[in-house]
Write a protein that binds this ligand. Sequence first.
Ligand code: HSE
Length: 438
Amino acid sequence: MNEQRRLRVALLGAGSVGSQVASLLLKQGDALAERTGAQLELAGIAVRNLDAPRDVELPRELLTTDVESLIVGSDIVIELMGGIEPARTHILTALRAGADVVTGNKALLAEHGAEIFDAADQVGASVSYEAAVAAAIPIIRPLKDSLAGDRIDRISGILNGSTNFILDKMDREGMPAAEAQRMATDLGYLEADPTLDLAGYDAAHKAAILASLAFHTKVSLDDVHREGIESITDEMIEGARHAGYVVKLLAVCERLTEPEGDSVSVRVYPALIDRQHPMANVHGGNNAVFVEAASAGPLMFYGAGAGGRETASAVMGDVVSAARRHIAGGVGVGESPRLSLPVAPVGRIYTRYQVRLEVADAPGVLQEIAGIFNDAGVSVATVDQTQVEEGPDGARSRAMIVLATHRAREEALRATVERLNASDVVVDVVSVLRVEGE
Ligand code: HSE
């Protein structure tokens, strides 16, 4: 019997995900050998600070600050440092040295994916990144392999666990945003720089990765229209509830079919979701991804979208695949960005909107507002009016009007909002939110 092959595995980073991956590699050696046909030897763990506290106790002799020496001679390099540099340089070094790379670095792939994938293609190595999107949920491999023979028209989903946790706490428990943010931090859901989550960058990185795979087109962070949850107030959450909605940070990757040709729209923004929609029931740090494909129809993927151990599961799956490829030989299957569809600006999308206005409560006001929507070609579906203030003599002086539109083009809605802002009868355009998932 041949002696079992040994594969050297280098781990870069021992944060909340990295330390869990190290622990799994160390504890599950025999099980991994059965699945891969090779002994996976954790050759070392590159860290910035040898003495930093870790979620899991790791053998001191495996820790090193000498990343280059660890990479050279490794068969599989797992990059879980995050950030652009030095992660980018280390991954390029690993690929040029002939290693397969496993990474969870969504920012790097969304901003420098083309360079990384080209480098892998040149040497026939593989770059796997299941952990980069929606943590434990398998979504990269389904898009890259299982659905590669189908035409994907739309992906919509909740791709950021921490903002979902925060919005969910605000909605279901009436918790102030700051307190919910503190809890998300304690659970390890938020990125080291929380702006990445709160301003929608993290979801935008993930949306760019999914859109690239789904539409066989290079989509980078700059192509993604991005709005975060910083402007979402307790009052907006309450207003949404009153109208039968819940606010979710939604990512939408959509193929637009127009007479002038197909294009793609990729966007991240807080949106209203009907409380009956399955997405409204994605609670806590969970993620959900809905894929609409021409032949497969609608598919839903659901599960943990953040967390060290959960994300480590996705990393380990990629490590097993990389080990099998190393044993079997042959080149890694690269990306397929050959369709090269143009990316459309957000003004070209069609969706529904909810517009909340504070207005003067006087005769003719409703008619003027309806006229503004009509002139821009935006069709109003429902109107709800409530009195908000008593005048000095008890007469009504202000009212809150909530208008829901039919599907309209974003450009037309923007023109409407500009005219509402300029109108004498409108005291304030309180909020404008898209309504998705219907
Ligand atoms: N900060 C990320 C999130 C972690 O909240 O979803 C998982 O990518």
